[in-house]
Design a protein around this ligand. Structure first.
Ligand code: PLP
Ligand code: COI
Length: 351
C-alpha cells in the first residue's frame, strides 16, 4: 500500500518558525497531512500533501448530521533518534469501532498504518525530542457527501494531521463532579470517539470553568451516582492503597492509556480494582482521609493528577503525596513509550 501513496511535497517547510522549547498543545501543525477519500464504495487516492484548508460544499453531511470520528495518538523519539509509536493498532481498531457506531465505512488497517508511517517519515523532523513533548497525531474521518437528507453520507475523508505538542494541562487540575448534565447514555455513543461527544461536553465544562474548575467529572446519566470519566480522560481513584477505575461500558471510552496503566499497575504489585465507584464513596473517603489520589489518564493528558474536586457546593482538596501512584505510573508509562525501559508487552512500535 505504501508505494501507492502519492506524495505532493511542500516547497518550503515552516519548521524553522516553530519554537520547539515552548510548544503549546495541538496548535502548531506539521508541514504535511495524509488524505484518503471514500468514494464509489471504496477508499481511494491516498495522498500526502501540504497541511491546509479542505474544500467542502455547504451541504456536506458533516455540517448537518455530525458524522465525524477521530483518534488521538503520539509519536516519540528515543535517545538514538528512532521514531516510536505506542499501540497504534489499538487506535486503528478503536477508530473502526467508532466508525461502525456512526455508520461510517470501515477503514482498512493497511491504509491507516501505511499512511501514518509515510507521513511520519516525511515530517520526521517535526517529532519533538524534548522530554514532555511529542508529536500529537490526529487521525479522523468525516462525511463529505452532500445532501440534506438525514441519512449516512456516501463519501468520506480520512485525514491524519500532526502537531508537535507540549503538555495538555498547564497547571493543577481541579474538577467538578457533575450532578446535572451527562456526556453519554446507555445505548448511546459514549464509547465512540465521535466529535459530537466532545461538543456535548463544552457547555457544562464552560459552566464548571466559570466556577473555578478545569474539568468535569462525568457521572452516570441516570442518577449521577457513579463517576465515569474526566473530560477527555479516564478516571482513576486511589483509596488507601487500592487503585480503582470504572469498568468500560457503552458510556465510557476504552482508553488505551487506561488499559496500559491497569496492566502496569498490576505488574508493579499494586492492588487494582475495575469496578463502579460511587460519588458517595469518594466523598466519604475524602472526609475520613482515605482518599489519597485522583487522576485522569489519556493520550493527550498522559496522567494528570487532580488537586481537588467540588461536589454540591463543597470543595475537597487532595493531599500532595511524594511518590504518588500518579507519578510512579506516569514515569513507567512514559519511560516505556520513549524506550527508556524494556517493553515486556510489545506495545512500542519502532518505525
Ligand atoms: N476518555 C475520553 C472521553 C477521551 O477523549 C480520551 C482520549 O482519547 C480518553 C478517555 C483516553 O483514551 P486514550 O488513553 O486512548 O487516549
Ligand atoms: C487524546 O487524549 O488523544 C484525546 O483524544 C483527547 C482530545 C480530546 C484532546
Amino acid at each position: 500500500m505504501n508505494s501507492n501513496i502519492k506524495v505532493n511535497p511542500i516547497q518550503n517547510s515552516r519548521i524553522d518558525s516553530v519554537d520547539f522549547n515552548n510548544l503549546p498543545f495541538g496548535k502548531v501543525f506539521s508541514d504535511h497531512m495524509f488524505v484518503c477519500d471514500y468514494k464509489d464504495g471504496k477508499w481511494q487516492n491516498p495522498t500526502i500533501e501540504a497541511y491546509g484548508p479542505i474544500e467542502l460544499n455547504p451541504s456536506a453531511k458533516i455540517f448537518h448530521y455530525g458524522q465525524s470520528i477521530f483518534e488521538g495518538m503520539k509519536a516519540y523519539k528515543d535517545a538514538k533518534g528512532t521514531t516510536l509509536l505506542f499501540r497504534p493498532l489499538d487506535n486503528c481498531k478503536r477508530l473502526n469501532k467508532s466508525a461502525e457506531r456512526m455508520a461510517i465505512p470501515q477503514l482498512p488497517e493497511g491504509i491507516f498504518m501505511d499512511g501514518l508511517k509515510k507521513l511520519l517519515e516525511i515530517d520526521n523532523a517535526w517529532i519533538p525530542t524534548k522530554e514532555g513533548s511529542s508529536l500529537y497525531i490526529r487521525p479522523f474521518i468525516f462525511a463529505t457527501g452532500n445532501g440534506f437528507h438525514a441519512s449516512p453520507s456516501n463519501e468520506y475523508k480520512f485525514i491524519i494531521a500532526t502537531a508537535p505538542s507540549g503538555a495538555y494541562f498547564a497547571g493543577k487540575v481541579k474538577v467538578l463532579i457533575e450532578e446535572k448534565y451527562a456526556r453519554a447514555a446507555n445505548g448511546g455513543v459514549g464509547f465512540a470517539k465521535a466529535g459530537g461527544n466532545y461538543a456535548a461536553q463544552f457547555y457544562p465544562t464552560q459552566l464548571a470553568i466559570e466556577r473555578g474548575y478545569n474539568q468535569v467529572i462525568w457521572t452516570d446519566d441516570t442518577n449521577h451516582e457513579y463517576i465515569e470519566e474526566a473530560g477527555a480522560m479516564n478516571i482513576f481513584v486511589r483509596i488507601n492503597d487500592t487503585l480503582i477505575t470504572s469498568p468500560i461500558s457503552d458510556r465510557i471510552l476504552d482508553g488505551i492509556t487506561r488499559k496500559s496503566i491497569l496492566q502496569i499497575a498490576k505488574d508493579s504489585g499494586l492492588q487494582v480494582e475495575e469496578r463502579k465507584i460511587t460519588v458517595t464513596e469518594i466523598i466519604e473517603a475524602a472526609k475520613n482521609g482515605n482518599l489519597k489520589e485522583l487522576f485522569g489518564a489519556g493520550t493527550a493528558a498522559v496522567i494528570s493528577p487532580i488537586s481537588g474536586f467540588g461536589f454540591k457546593g463543597v470543595d475537597y482538596d487532595l493531599p500532595e503525596l511524594e511518590n504518588s501512584y500518579a507519578s510512579q505510573l506516569k514515569k513507567k508509562i512514559t519511560d516505556l513509550q520513549t524506550n527508556k525501559t524494556e517493553d515486556p508487552y510489545g506495545w512500542r512500535v519502532h518505525l
